[in-house]
Design a protein around this ligand. Structure first.
Ligand SMILES: [Zn+2]
Length: 330
């Protein structure tokens, strides 16, 4: 016990933890930056205008979405299994795949476990940080390095807390339990209140499961862009087949992703945005979802929907110009 305490109090332990956190943050930033470089190119301004126009024209002809019926989540699972699953496999050109466990009534136990464990670790690290600031150990006092363990603990505490929402967010895929969680959602960004809308959120999460199965690159911007693009294509297929506009509901929210990236692009290259094109579409803060969605939509417009199959097999040449760039990011 004494030994463990000694290790926990050592400045080297915390310096190592700090370097690890920093390393993870830098690697995440570099992966994001790679996608930014591919999207923020002057020639992409007119391309993304085309993407926004095409989607706008398409959605304008679609009848209004249905009002919330909040039927059982199982209805969405049924829609996925009977109407979407085989189309998804055909679209991605993959063999028939077993559907992963889908949690709806009760959260994925693994998600709950991780949320609690991260919460507990976050609290413990916050407590340790305070303790180290107030009562530095003998060694720390002697070397005057007590500030390193303090920052180490604080950083770890923030890291653990920041990870909690990912485990308890409503619609998610857990890479450890290999299970999907779905639930209706009433948020203002995207209302998921009918089984058809929920089946599209489920398609997005199942795409994450397939990415995992096919060893997709460990890059959240790419995996979100890919899942959004796949679900958009499937949504359009289902709308065409059934005439039910709810399969397209998520695409209303995606318009906001594209517009946000477009406005950022205009700002970067000093171009005046086309106000008529983006009228009535509220921008959002740009993050992995919006940047990834824009990257895949731009490349889909250029190379067609084969990009979704290519990246699933590890070929990133269309996204980044050369397969080497893509392979470097793991
Ligand atoms: Zn996602």
């Amino acid at each position: 016990m004494g030994k463990i305490k000694k290790i926990l109090n050592s400045k080297w332990t915390f310096a190592a933890a700090g370097v690890l956190c920093l390393g993870m943050a830098v690697s995440r930033f570099l992966k994001y930056e790679l996608c930014e470089d591919a999207v923020y190119q002057p020639q992409n301004i007119s391309s993304i205008e085309q993407v926004i126009k095409e989607q706008r024209d398409f959605l304008e002809k679609v009848p209004p979405f249905k009002a919330g019926s909040f039927q059982s989540e199982q209805k969405a699972v049924e829609i996925f299994k009977t109407q979407i699953k085989s189309k998804l496999e055909n679209f991605l050109e993959i063999p028939e795949t077993k559907t992963p466990p889908i949690h709806s009534d009760f959260p994925d136990p693994m998600n709950l476990f991780f949320a609690c464990a991260y919460g507990a670790m976050g609290l413990l690290m916050a407590y340790e940080a305070l303790k180290k600031l107030k009562k530095p150990s003998q060694e720390m006092k002697r070397t005057g390095m007590h500030i390193i363990p303090f920052f180490g603990c604080s950083l770890l505490s923030v890291y653990f807390f920041l990870n909690i929402p990912g485990f308890i967010s409503d619609n998610s895929y857990n890479g450890i339990s290999k299970a999907v969680s779905i639930s209706y959602d009433n948020n203002e960004f995207f209302k998921i209140d009918t089984p058809e809308k929920l089946s599209m959120a489920l398609t997005h999460e199942i795409t994450h499961y397939l990415q995992d199965k096919y060893h997709f690159k460990n890059n959240s911007t790419l995996s979100e862009g890919h899942a959004i693009g796949v679900a958009r294509n499937l949504g359009r297929m289902l709308y065409k087949e059934t005439g039910n506009p709810d399969f397209l509901a998520v695409q209303k929210a995606e318009q906001r992703y594209f517009v946000s990236v477009y406005l950022e692009m205009c700002k970067k290259f000093g171009v005046k945005p086309n106000k008529d094109l983006i009228k009535g579409i509220e921008p959002v803060n740009i993050g992995g979802h919006s940047l990834g969605a824009a990257l895949f939509a731009l490349k889909e417009a250029q190379f067609g929907d084969k990009i979704y199959r290519d990246v699933l097999r590890g070929d990133y040449s269309e996204l980044f110009g050369s397969s080497e760039n893509g392979n470097n990011q793991k």
